[in-house]
Ligand binder design. Structure first.
Ligand SMILES: NC(=O)c1ccc[n+]([C@@H]2O[C@H](COP(=O)([O-])OP(=O)(O)OC[C@H]3O[C@@H](n4cnc5c(N)ncnc54)[C@H](OP(=O)(O)O)[C@@H]3O)[C@@H](O)[C@H]2O)c1
Length: 283
């Protein structure tokens, strides 16, 4: 297939482009190469390249959205809207990446959110991501939304990678212990996106590794697998201590009804995926 990836300079976009290049004709567009909020350029580009699929990985991050709400609307809502319109115009498919932060996270521990649950975001990022999802589903008949959550892998200097790097060298890690969600190994996300595109069943998917954890639980598990002492190296802190601009939903693990209905195999547990992550970092 000919696939345009937007936001391809980011974490997920880069990994998708790298892996998909083996089987597809990939047009990998960084922010500099295509600004998804530029209506005329988006339209002209999509019409000219005529891809089979557009995968939108462009996004404005959680705290930046809170600080710059108008930019959040532009990147997370107007951009996907334009991409969906452009896809519909040439009868292409569009896949839009989204997030567990569309949910409020107020459920009791042990509960999971499915795509049938009401999305009630509590921050600007979640609000705009939800609006972007709706715009894509309404704007293009051949549309997929893929919600994912707390993505880890070697390609981004986020909490997961810095915790792993620190623990490998027995450096201390501070980790939030009162927010929980599903985590997702980027390789597993990309593999599942490939499965979904092959089935061509449009709708909303929730692609995450099995299970649920806090950043603290994740760091403790890494320490266990690395055989280093979590009790001295991993310090639990509260979300309030982390002092971030946007509120985070408290408990947002997800499961995917559509994957189960389509007979896709259950995603492996986050602990097994974390072992692969450590091997990949070590190698
Ligand atoms: N990473 C996670 O933990 C996570 C969790 C849940 C859901 N997701 C979803 O997964 C998707 C990909 O996330 P990610 O982690 O790969 O994000 P990322 O690493 O922050 O990458 C996002 C990319 O989008 C680009 N971008 C921003 N504004 C743009 C615009 N107007 N036009 C074109 N590109 C633009 C950015 O370029 P510049 O930096 O140059 O502006 C950046 O390269 C998003 O939909 C996100 O909501 C990610």
């Amino acid at each position: 297939m000919k696939i345009i990836i937007t936001g391809a300079g980011g974490f997920v976009g880069q990994e998708l482009a790298r892996v998909f290049a083996a089987d597809h004709h990939i047009i990998s567009l960084t922010h500099k190469a295509l600004d998804i909020t530029d209506r005329e350029t988006v339209r002209a580009y999509v019409n000219d390249k005529r891809p089979d699929v557009i995968i939108n990985c462009a996004v404005l991050g959680v705290d930046v959205c809170e600080a710059h709400p108008a930019l959040a609307e532009a990147v997370n809502v107007a951009g996907p809207t334009l991409l969906a319109e452009a896809a519909a115009e040439i009868d292409a498919e569009i896949m839009h990446l989204s997030t567990n932060y569309v949910f409020d996270g107020d459920r009791e521990l042990g509960a999971y959110y499915t795509a049938n649950d009401e999305a009630l975001p509590i921050n600007k990022y979640g609000e705009t991501k939800l609006a972007g999802e709706r715009a894509v589903l309404a704007g293009a008949p051949k549309s997929y939304v893929v919600r994912t959550s707390w993505v880890f892998g070697p390609g981004k200097d986020n909490f997961f990678r810095s915790a792993a790097r620190s623990l490998v060298t027995q450096q201390p890690v501070r980790a939030v212990n009162d927010l929980w969600a599903s985590v997702t190994y980027v390789s597993d996300l990309v593999a599942r996106i490939s499965d979904i595109l092959a089935l061509r069943r449009y709708g909303t998917y929730q692609v995450v590794n099995d299970g649920c954890c806090s950043h603290f639980d994740f760091a403790v598990e890494l320490a266990r697998q690395l055989n280093v002492d979590a009790s001295t190296l991993v310090e639990g802190i509260s979300d309030a201590t982390a002092k971030r601009l946007a509120r985070r939903p408290r408990n947002t693990p997800m499961r995917c009804l559509l994957s189960a209905e389509l007979g896709l195999s259950p995603m492996r547990s986050w602990q097994v995926a974390a072992a692969d992550f450590l091997r990949q970092l070590g190698g």
